[in-house]
Design a protein around this ligand. Structure first.
Ligand code: UD1
Length: 430
């Protein structure tokens, strides 16, 4: 199992190009199941999660070709026919978003058998809203032995769906099914994340008729077939925010390019409040911090455009060295403070009670061995390591590889001392 070693103390100076968004890419890849023509996705991130989903899609009948296009990495997915509607437990367990193949399989071929994803380290993460939406669209859903058996032999029908609370995955899943339904679907209390807009944009290029994506009410006029298309994956706002926080933590000046600062406005507002210099530009944002200690600020995670839960762990890392006490409230997932005990191993002063963490800034962190527990938590430990004295070694880096492309290279190009220690053969647990 690989580990990442960080020697703290280096200021960061330079430029970091941001990759395409993982959370968008995997839904766009699933959309390729909706057509028998090629879907060409450009600005594709090359990550463990996208590779993994590519393998599942191949089993279902897709041809997946990766190439280096003129504008960076691209993937062409062509599913001439669905050869299997079965997504087994082993595959869905390893990556929850695999569950999103259910809707497209059902919409294109009228049936699917997809494993329920189960819980994960950050919370129970049920999929009840996904299933209710598919049922509202006319699917017959049966649950047996951990599998969803879904059928719609005469196709899906447009419906009015109002979610009781905002869910990114359920909103996307509804889109992925309703585009081929008969008639109009209206989704109320839809999630507004940029990745939903990106998915709708791509589906519309494929011939779908989706309006209102990016707002809380989405309308989908079903069409009988979709065609191929070319679509550039939008920039990864979580990677953008993560490197913004890394630069603020280490100090120095870093220009983040090929991205959009408006996607992380809630984070940037908090960083300004803490005392970081932020300069947005056409192609991204520049982050600057000169030595002075940052102020502790309060943060609450919320659905977009609120402060992203996927940046909460990284922000907590920044607050460990701030002046004063920062209160961080997590409102999206019930168990998303697994990084707190690991940050404490580096000397941070954090107490957690329910959905609230109190971080009292300390004068310095000290390098130690720490354990990555999930994707975003693992990168918060890297951020902390950038400012800790001595060496920090982050174990279980495979979490990080799921969502961050060439992290050592990108940080290293700005002067960070980050290196990968190749696996020692120790068995992985999950
Ligand atoms: C997506 C992102 C994830 C991000 C999250 C919130 C992907 C692959 N993942 O996850 O990185 O942290 O949005 O921005 O895009 N819920 C239910 N029932 C459901 C669905 C969700 O109770 O059927 C709950 C969840 O347990 C959670 C909350 O709703 O507490 C929000 O989850 P959701 O927005 O669906 O997150 P994901 O789509 O899983």
């Amino acid at each position: 199992m690989d580990r990442i070693a960080i020697t703290g103390g280096a200021r960061l100076e330079g430029e970091i190009p941001i990759s395409g968004a993982k959370n968008s890419a995997i839904k766009l890849m699933a959309a390729s199941l909706l057509t028998d023509e090629p879907l060409r996705l450009t600005n594709m991130p090359r990550l463990a999660d996208t590779r993994f989903l590519g393998k599942l899609l191949q089993r279902l009948g897709a041809e997946v070709i990766e190439a280096d296009g003129a504008d960076g990495p691209e993937t062409v997915l062509t599913t001439r026919e669905i050869v299997s509607g079965f997504a087994p437990y082993d595959l869905v367990r390893q990556m929850r978003a695999s569950f999103n193949v259910l809707g497209p399989l059902l919409a294109r071929s009228g049936q699917a058998k997809v494993s329920l994803p189960g819980g994960c380290t950050i919370g129970a993460r049920p999929v009840d809203l996904h299933l209710q939406a598919l049922e509202a669209l006319g699917a017959r859903i049966d649950l047996h032995e951990g599998y969803v058996y879904a059928q719609a032999p005469r196709g899906l029908k447009g419906a009015e769906i109002e979610f009781p609370f905002v869910s990114v995955g359920a909103t996307e899943h509804t889109l992925l099914a309703a585009v081929l339904a008969d008639g109009e679907t209206v989704v109320r209390n839809a999630a507004c994340e940029p990745e939903i807009d990106d998915l709708a944009d791509c589906l519309n290029k494929m011939g779908a008729r989706v309006t209102g994506a990016g707002t809380s009410e989405i309308r989908i006029q079903g069409v009988s077939r979709l065609s191929g298309a070319t679509h550039a994956v939008l920039p990864d706002r979580i990677e953008t925010g993560t490197y913004a926080l890394a630069a603020a933590m280490a100090g120095g000046e870093v220009r983040l390019t090929r991205t959009r600062s408006d996607f992380i406005q809630a984070l940037l507002d908090k960083m300004v409040e803490a005392g970081v210099d932020i300069t947005p530009h056409n192609d991204g944002v520049t982050i600057k911090r000169n030595g002075a200690r940052l102020n502790a600020v309060e943060v609450e995670t919320d659905p977009y455009p609120g402060f992203a839960t996927d940046l909460q762990a990284q922000f907590m890392a920044l607050m460990t060295l701030a002046d004063g006490e920062s209160v961080i409230r997590e409102t999206i997932f019930e168990n998303r403070f697994m990084h707190a005990p690991e940050l404490r191993r580096l000397g941070a002063d954090i107490t957690v009670q329910g959905g609230e963490a109190r971080v009292r800034g300390v004068d310095a962190l000290e390098g130690a061995q720490v354990m990555a527990t999930d994707l975003r938590a693992s990168v918060s430990l890297v951020i902390a390591g950038l400012a800790a004295r001595g060496e920090t070694v982050v174990n279980r880096v495979y979490h990080l590889d799921r969502g961050f492309e060439r992290l050592e290279e990108k940080l290293g190009a700005c002067g960070a001392q980050v290196r990968r220690l190749k696996g020692d053969g120790e068995a992985e647990e999950d």
